[in-house]
Design a protein around this ligand. Structure first.
Ligand code: TXA
Ligand code: MG
Length: 331
């Protein structure tokens, strides 16, 4: 199969609809990362997504809908706090989990009685969703466990030959995946941290829990148990206070002619002298936006990435550190 990267226009949208209606998958941009979408009502189309990505079949997908779509077609028991949160933050990088009406393919939620719904803000995503006129089940458009894609070229690098069309919406501005919020309880609970922070949710909903699986408990957001976001090269992660140790490790590799780089915030980069450095930026928003882009750049150019945790302390960093820790986990 030949994979084409296409700008988003009438022709590419028409072709995308044809592929989706025929049970295929199309990659499309969102404000967080690129998604790999299929008709959420079509069993085979949804199962095909798992095959294309090599995704474990117990890790459920998010359904993406157009901003004018009535989600009560798909879900029920929407609490007041969720209505308020949707008014405040949608369209945007917030995925909300509700009781499912069981209308979409059971493969979407891997047999769970809930459904994760997202209304992306990206203009390209909205155009795609409007054109296909269907709820679209979509995980991130990478090979399972690899770093999520934030450009059409990243999608191509992973899925070339496996899908027909990648709609090109430029570089995703958000840079890490949406916040996944469980809205089935009295109080909302964050299952995966992201760009909509706990503080932002509490401000509207009055309260917000952060879900951490207890020992032995079944994981509520199954994606949490897998290795994720990992570049195809060696990685190491140091705490911010361990900067000196990171430099010692760097120098040891460099002296052995191993291509090594640091991955750190702007200030730390400034302290690393003439060493190779991938600069994430100097604030939480930029660091999130650059994280996957720089991890992909690092795996292309280097044999080992030595990450140093950024010193920045704002709400978005919970999501960034969650991704960075998983990317550098050696299992
Ligand atoms: O920003 C995003 O959310 C991107 C773009 C493409 O929209 N999508 C994305 O999808 O990150 P994916 O498949 O890589 O991650 C989906 C996450 C997983 O952690 C999964 O376990 C969780 O959402 N999830 C999906 N359905 C769920 C459900 N019914 N209950 C709990 N967690 C769910
Ligand atoms: Mg993913």
């Amino acid at each position: 199969m030949i994979t084409r990267i296409l700008t988003i226009d009438e022709n590419s949208l028409k072709l995308s609809k044809k592929i989706i209606d025929g049970g295929g998958a199309v990659a499309f941009p969102t404000e967080t990362v690129y998604g790999l979408g299929a008709n959420a009502f079509d069993d085979n189309a949804v199962k095909n997504i798992f095959t294309v990505k090599g995704r474990p079949n117990d890790n459920p997908l998010i359904v993406h809908v157009h901003k004018d779509y009535d989600i009560t077609n798909l879900v029920t028991e929407i609490p007041d706090y969720a209505v308020k949160l949707a008014q405040a933050y949608l369209p945007g990088p917030l995925t909300m989990v509700y009781k499912s009406k069981g209308k979409v393919s059971s493969a979407v939620s891997c047999g769970l009685d809930t459904l994760a719904v997202r209304v992306p803000e990206h203009e390209g995503a909205q155009k795609f969703l409007k054109y296909v006129r269907l709820p679209i089940a979509a995980p991130s458009a990478n090979i399972s466990k690899h770093v999520s894609p934030v450009t059409a070229e990243h999608v191509y690098a992973d899925l070339n030959g496996r899908i027909e069309v990648i709609l090109d919406g430029g570089k995703c501005s958000g840079g890490i995946e949406s916040t996944v919020l469980d809205c089935t309880g009295e109080v909302p609970a964050i299952l995966r941290s992201g760009l909509i922070t706990r503080e932002m949710i509490s401000e509207i909903a009055g309260d917000c829990l952060v879900y951490t699986p207890k020992n032995g408990e079944q994981v509520r957001s199954p994606g949490m148990k897998y290795k994720h976001y990992s570049p195809n090269c060696e990685t190491m992660l140091f705490e911010f206070g361990e900067f000196e140790k990171a430099l010692i490790a760097y120098d040891k590799y460099a002296n052995n002619n191993i291509k090594v780089c640091l991955l750190c915030d702007a200030r730390t980069c400034g302290l690393s002298g003439s060493r190779e450095c991938l600069n994430l930026g100097d604030n939480g928003k930029d660091i999130a936006s650059n994280l996957y882009y720089k991890l992909r750049e690092g795996e292309e150019k280097f044999q080992i990435i030595i990450a140093v945790a950024p010193e920045i302390d704002d709400g978005i960093m919970a999501g960034v550190m969650n991704r960075l820790t998983k990317a550098c986990r050696n299992q």
